[in-house]
Design a protein around this ligand. Structure first.
Ligand code: GLC
Length: 408
């Protein structure tokens, strides 16, 4: 069995972290399968996939294709038109690569690859879209997806919430929710930590300081501003230091904070010495373990929210912005706390509550770990995917070979 995964970015955003776990889980669950990964950009995901035994092909996007925005802003169509010639060339090249790889099924991750995959796939090769974000609010993306939708047999969605959004555009498509999962041995309460103060170029925080972090890409809707405002609202006697961990990783322009902008905001809010910027740190489990409180602060509905389950799996107290698919991941006051999206005052009071109450942090952390073990264990992914590929591709070789294997 040969599956080709197509992913636009080589960097480790949420969708790539999700893909990494899928590749790892399939490698263990289906050791005979041949897995290919085609990337539109080189980056840390390439060696990680190679180490997992995946055959990686980096076929870089042209700058015009890489920078093509998709947030529905004005000018997107113009950029699309400008990128058309190189996109056309890319599709031809991708089609050639896919003919050589001869996959039994193509699994695409990320909008650009959903489209490119639909246009470049060899006829008869089933295509499964793995949709990680809301589509209906993004005008250009949803129009283009609709134009290409006939090439796709099924869509995996990362939450029920994203599924109902997609269903409004594709009423007849097979849409299957599959929650992301993580390697619970890597993401565990015990293991190495990182000196976050050092990574941020700050003096060591005094003993007893509670470390609160926002971990993620610099997409504007991830709520960095809310986090900074929430920290600024804390009473001076709450011994907290905040950390912004991550960076502007995507090629898409205009939709991300720059580090300079965030530093400026922190200065304006008088947070000097109370906040550190570490940049992107690759060892996410160690990052989680180095924090006492993990904050998720997205201001728009979060399709899933990898950091939520990563923090829970590492036994940390997590504060979640309660909207979108993120609400499907936890039970408020049991395995995490919540606040309303964009409400920095509520976030302040949840951080203060946790900072003052180590017992509460511990209880939430233990319950969070238990939830992760029950619901987000990557070892279950491969079985769920096999079932899904079967549904998506009822007439292809995946079906016959898997049925034969299951009969044995
Ligand atoms: C996207 C979504 C995020 C999700 C990730 C993995 O990045 O925006 O919510 O956690 O994909 O599915």
């Amino acid at each position: 069995m040969r599956i080709a995964f197509l992913n636009p970015s080589g960097k480790l955003g949420g969708a790539e972290t999700s893909l990494r776990e899928i590749l790892g889980s399939l490698r263990l669950g289906q050791p005979d399968w041949e897995l290919w990964l085609v990337l539109g950009e080189d980056g840390p995901l390439a060696p990680i996939a190679r180490d997992l035994g995946v055959r990686v092909l980096v076929d870089p996007f042209s700058p015009a294709l890489g920078h093509m925005g998709d947030a529905g802003r004005r000018g997107s169509w113009l950029r699309l038109a400008k990128a058309a010639p190189t996109t056309h060339r890319y599709i031809r090249g991708l089609a050639r690569s896919l003919r050589e790889i001869k996959p039994d099924l193509i699994h695409t991750n990320g909008f650009k690859m959903h489209l490119l995959g639909a246009w470049a796939r060899p006829p008869q090769t089933p295509l499964v879209w793995h949709i990680h974000d809301y589509v209906s609010s993004r005008r250009m993306v949803s129009r283009l997806l609709r134009l290409s939708g006939r090439g796709c047999q099924a869509a995996i969605v990362n939450s029920k919430s994203v599924g109902s959004d997609l269903r409004s555009l594709f009423p007849g498509l097979l849409i299957q929710p599959l929650y992301n999962a993580i390697n619970l041995r890597r993401f565990s309460p015990t293991g190495n930590k990182i000196d976050l103060d050092n990574a941020a170029g700050l003096e060591k925080a005094p003993f007893g300081t509670v470390r609160v972090g926002l971990v993620g890409t610099f997409a504007r809707w991830k709520g960095h501003q809310v986090f900074l405002e929430a920290l600024a609202g804390l009473p001076p006697d709450v011994p907290v230091r905040g950390y912004i961990i991550g960076g502007p990783i995507y090629q898409t322009q205009g939709s991300q904070w720059s580090l300079a902008e965030l530093r400026q905001k922190a200065r304006e809010l008088g947070l000097a010495g109370r906040i550190g910027f570490t940049g992107f740190l690759e060892d996410s489990p160690a990052v989680m373990r180095s924090l006492d409180i993990v904050v998720h602060a997205s201001t728009a509905p979060e399709p899933f929210g990898m950091v939520i389950i990563e923090g829970m799996a590492c036994g940390k107290a997590v504060v979640v912005s309660q909207s979108g698919g993120a609400v499907e991941l936890f039970t408020p006051e049991h395995d995490a706390l919540s606040h309303s999206p964009g409400d920095s005052a509520q976030l302040t009071s949840q951080i203060a509550r946790l900072a003052r109450d180590p017992g509460l942090r511990e209880r939430l952390g233990a319950a969070g770990r238990a939830t992760a073990e029950e619901r987000f264990d990557a070892r279950q992914l491969s079985q769920q995917l096999v079932e899904l590929y079967l549904k998506a591709a009822p007439y292809c070789r995946v079906q016959s070979e898997l049925s034969a294997a299951q009969l044995q």
